[in-house]
Write a protein that binds this ligand. Structure first.
Ligand code: PEP
Length: 253
């Protein structure tokens, strides 16, 4: 049984006081109420260490939003997977569509970053998803399949549930208020599950969590979290409001 993971991607939002308060309030709720899912927050880099302190001992996990492939070196502005681990992270989001679009990240680069995450002991959350034009052209599954085949690590993760997560995020649903229908989500997640089993074998492929992301809100979370092979959510906008993020977690069956 895969425990659901509710991951908050804060993107480039939050200054120190607000970020620490948000993380601390979530930590307090988790300590008081022992939720039915795992919570993860991925703040911008300048908040990692303060958020790590704010969530210590609460069970809330910490993640980065990207990493470089190298351990260290002349890469101005970048952070290595080892640096994220040193800041207290257990996870890193890789290949988010905003990085694929804004920074031209290819699937092969995402695969190298996933290898770096593994080297540093981080769980990579590898994002895949089609654009609106690709879906309209009937190419969604084909695009997602090639992203999965080219972005995920070539060798099977060691502890499947603990070291690799896939996030299906239709690009047209991110930050738009639009969401994929439960039947489209079921089709895509079922396809990703088949690919994971083909790539890594039945035991590992069945244990890897597949998240849905794209305008998940308290009002649609229960319906989405009830879909087969949906093992949680990657949440952008709604992760910045404690009540909304908490309500999404509470909607997990
Ligand atoms: C995201 O940033 O990965 C995301 C899904 O954003 P939103 O929930 O705002 O659509």
């Amino acid at each position: 049984m895969r425990r659901k993971l509710i991951a908050g991607n804060w993107k480039m939002n939050g200054l120190r006081a607000g970020g620490i308060a948000l993380a601390g309030d979530l930590a307090g709720k988790c300590k008081a109420e022992a939720p039915n899912c795992d919570f993860l927050v991925c703040p911008p880099a300048h908040l990692l260490i303060s958020v790590a302190e704010a969530i210590a001992g609460s069970g809330v996990a910490l993640g980065g939003q990207d990493c470089h492939t190298a351990v260290s070196g002349a890469h101005t502005g970048d952070l290595s997977a080892e640096m994220l681990a040193d800041a207290g992270c257990g996870f890193v989001i890789l290949g988010h569509s905003e990085r694929r679009a804004d920074h031209g990240e290819s699937s092969s680069l995402v695969r190298s970053k996933a290898a770096a995450a593994k080297r540093a002991g981080l769980t990579a959350i590898v994002c895949v998803g089609e654009t609106a034009d690709e879906r309209k052209a009937g190419r969604a599954l084909e695009v997602i399949e090639s992203q999965v085949r080219e972005s995920l690590p070539e060798t099977a993760p060691e502890a499947a549930e603990a070291s690799l997560v896939v996030a299906y995020e239709p690009v047209w649903a991110i930050g738009t208020g639009l969401t994929a229908t439960p039947s489209d989500v079921a089709e895509v997640h079922g396809h990703i599950r088949k690919l994971l089993i083909e790539l890594y074998g039945n035991d590992t492929g069945s244990a890897i969590r597949i998240l849905y992301g794209g305008s998940v809100k308290p009002g649609n979370a229960a319906e989405l979290m009830a879909v087969g092979d949906v093992d949680g959510a990657l949440v952008g906008g709604a992760s910045l409001k404690l009540e909304d993020f908490w309500a999404i977690g509470r909607s997990c069956p």
